[in-house]
Design a protein around this ligand. Structure first.
Ligand SMILES: [Zn+2]
Length: 78
């Protein structure tokens, strides 16, 4: 008979423990690795981040030489 009273409470816990799934694989996230479900998924996201940053850095370096019109430091040399 107690099982009937426990049913609704258990349902509430399920909703609270899994507010949103892991953005990488869709599994329930872990509080230790949130918002991911595991260190592996956190690593996957981290590598995506690093990859994106490297691309941005390379693009910025490519733009630098083109902006060599009037560098403030060189005007002091003259
Ligand atoms: Zn995951």
């Amino acid at each position: 008979m107690n099982a009937v009273a426990n049913a609704p409470a258990d349902d509430n816990r399920r909703v609270e423990s899994a507010p949103a799934p892991c953005p990488i694989c869709g599994k329930p996230r872990s509080p230790r690795y949130r918002p991911f479900c595991s260190k592996r998924c956190a690593d996957v996201d981290l590598h995506r981040w690093l990859g994106g940053r490297y691309v941005i850095a390379a693009r910025e370096e490519d733009d630098a030489p083109e902006d060599k019109g009037a560098p403030p430091e060189e005007s002091e040399r003259e």
